[in-house]
Design a protein around this ligand. Structure first.
Ligand code: SAM
Length: 228
């Protein structure tokens, strides 16, 4: 797992239901430390609770709130996972209805929400954490709008850098795509395809937080305009 949780850490799973990854993280942490498992859906939070009980997990605190506002409640996590809500284009092989039920509006809506959630995930993470300061972003979509474009947006707004996912297979993320140009480090992200890797279509990026400030994306342009 790209998140690489360590014993006794403070972990946040920002959109956690039904809890597949939360319970796996708990297992890797041998039930030590604490995992905050949040999801916007109260109904789906019940599934997180049921799965934790079923698997003997006892280091999880479950909350249901809109992850975009989570930094207002709590920050200072060693590691944060955002397994983001997405169009699910990567699982079309299992659920062909995705192909007909999603349109460009859904893609835009998801991409917008993913950007907001990723900034929130970064803001919840502690850049000074001795062991961590790590954020993992994943989707089960293969669309650039939901993956590289979201990461690129965050790189411009927060002090984070892409690091190796340590995953042994998968293709490199796109640095350029249909006239869009992303940060050169985008090759550190990983794409997975059903026809190549015999998995669901999936995307994973790992970010290291460098400091807790926010970047001002318009600053360079304004400085340049002042000099001209
Ligand atoms: C891909 S699923 C997460 C799957 C989970 N990581 C697992 O392994 O079981 C995405 C989740 O995001 C939740 N979600 C959607 N919008 C959200 C928001 N604004 N804040 C928090 N969670 C949200 C959905 O309810 C859904 O459960």
């Amino acid at each position: 797992m790209a998140l690489k949780p360590q014993l006794n850490e403070r972990i946040l799973d920002l959109s956690a239901a039904p809890g597949g990854k939360t319970t796996h993280i708990a297992q890797l942490m041998k039930n030590t430390g604490v995992i905050f498992a949040n999801d916007i859906s109260k109904e789906r939070c019940r599934a997180v609770s049921a799965n934790c009980h079923r698997l003997g997990v006892n280091n999880v605190v479950i909350s249901h709130s809109d992850g975009r506002f989570f930094p207002k409640t709590m920050t200072g996590f060693d590691r944060v996972l955002l397994d983001a809500p997405c169009t699910g284009t990567g699982v079309a092989i299992k659920d062909p209805s995705v192909k007909a039920s999603k349109d460009q509006k859904d893609v835009k809506r998801c991409s917008h929400l993913q950007r907001e959630l990723l900034l929130a995930a970064i803001d919840c993470c502690d850049a000074k954490s001795k062991k961590g300061g790590v954020i993992v972003y994943s989707t089960c979509s293969i669309l650039v709008e939901e993956n590289e474009a979201v990461i690129d947006y965050a790189l411009k707004r927060r002090y984070v850098k892409l690091v190796d996912t340590d995953l042994e297979f998968g293709r490199a993320g796109f640095k350029n795509y249909c006239g869009l140009h992303f940060h050169p480090s985008m090759s550190l992200t990983r794409r997975f395809y059903p026809h190549t890797h015999n998995t669901d279509g999936f995307f994973v990026a790992k970010l290291q937080k460098l400091n807790d400030n926010h970047k001002d994306p318009g600053l360079k342009k304004r400085k340049k305009a002042r000099l001209e």
